[in-house]
Design a binder for this molecule. Structure first.
Ligand code: AHG
Ligand code: MN
Ligand code: MN
Length: 335
């Protein structure tokens, strides 16, 4: 019989392997996993139960009906604020940092998350996900935390990963010792190791970008995207773009490829594109680098960017090393 490894066993193994993975860290991840299982359950019945209504409606059970991303956000905050391992949180859905209520013990870690990524795809039953990023606090132990505890470079992350709610629910994460994928077996409610030590192919088969923004890109960006459409390419690429970052990223991580969300000139208020550094780009950049890939904003390594604000946006080119290097070469030549 094939050896079955649960994520709990994997975490305990890691705990022995790496001093930073303390019991409290394992508890943090286990609480996160419980929240994801609850979100997965709701995502899988989203089409059935009218939880896609808008915030504030009251459903037949007299419960307040919330949109799935708000539901996911509430579940994560509810579970994680009680876990006793965090000193603060930040969510894509909350403008400011989320403090741990005095009723619950504070801890040494910081959690930043995108509770539901790709939420515009829920209604069409397309894969969506949850992205998480974990740092150690920088301020001394105790109740007062500050923004400095959250605004850390991606290279300071102690762990990062995502859950993807697709044909199956998977968890992919890294603590700096490689990237490992687990698939939820709903019959036992356990995440089982299905993709040990994931490595992204050095060059990809896919390029993922929303080409409808072509009119809003500068010449260099157009040149970079055109490279992947160029028939003279020895290995022409296929365009695959789902519109859920987690789903596009996960496919490219396993099959090889590059995901691009460049800066565009549509909205002068958003000169750096749409994706957020802290809860989308930085965690996926840690995963992709641990899998042998690369992540850049076109010029800088994502993990080296010093964040200035919680919801800072950043252009993102992420995936197979050779493909991302090509983009950087094109931007460098344009200087
Ligand atoms: P979120 O649902 O968390 O706001 O993220 C949506 C993001 C990302 O998942 C996806 O890659 C991107 O939006 C798609 O944007 P466009 O529709 O502009 O292509
Ligand atoms: Mn997102
Ligand atoms: Mn989101």
């Amino acid at each position: 019989m094939q050896r079955i490894t649960t994520v709990t066993e994997h975490l305990l193994f890691l705990q022995k392997e790496s001093p930073m993975a303390t019991g409290r860290f394992t508890h943090l991840l286990n609480e996160l996993i419980l929240a994801a299982k609850i979100i997965s359950r709701e995502v899988n019945k989203a089409g059935l139960v009218d939880i896609l209504g808008f915030t504030g409606e009251i459903n037949v059970q007299g419960e307040e009906v919330v949109k799935l991303d708000e539901f996911a956000n509430r579940i994560l905050i509810h579970r994680m604020e009680r876990a006793g391992v965090l000193c603060a949180m930040a969510s894509e859905e909350n403008a400011d940092l989320i403090e741990i209520p005095p009723a619950f013990p504070s801890g040494d870690y910081v959690l930043i998350f995108d509770p539901l990524d790709g939420s515009s795809n829920v209604d069409s039953n397309v894969s969506i996900g949850t992205i998480f990023s974990i740092y150690r606090r920088k301020s001394p132990p105790g109740r007062n935390v500050n923004l400095g505890d959250l605004l850390q470079k991606g290279a300071e992350q102690v762990a990062a990963g995502y859950f993807i709610y697709g044909s199956s629910t998977m968890m992919v994460y890294t603590t700096g010792h490689g990237v490992h994928g687990f698939t939820l077996d709903p019959s036992v409610g356990e995440f089982l190791l299905s993709h040990p030590a994931i490595k992204i192919p050095p060059a990809g088969k896919f390029y993922s970008v929303n080409e409808s923004y072509w009119p809003y890109w500068d010449e260099t960006t157009r040149k970079a995207v055109s490279y992947f459409k160029n028939p003279e390419n020895k290995s022409p690429y296929n365009l695959r773009y789902i519109g859920s970052l987690v789903a596009d990223f996960h496919r490219n991580l396993l099959a090889g490829g590059i995901f691009m969300y460049p800066a565009d000139l549509r909205d002068p208020k958003k000169p750096s594109g749409k994706l957020r550094l802290m809860c989308e780009a930085a965690p996926l950049a840690m995963v992709v680098e641990q899998a042998g890939g690369m992540a850049t904003d076109g010029k800088r390594r994502i993990l080296d960017i010093d964040p200035q604000e919680l919801h800072q946006r950043v252009p993102l080119f992420i995936g197979s090393k050779k493909d991302v290097e090509k983009v950087m070469e094109i931007y460098k030549a344009a200087k």
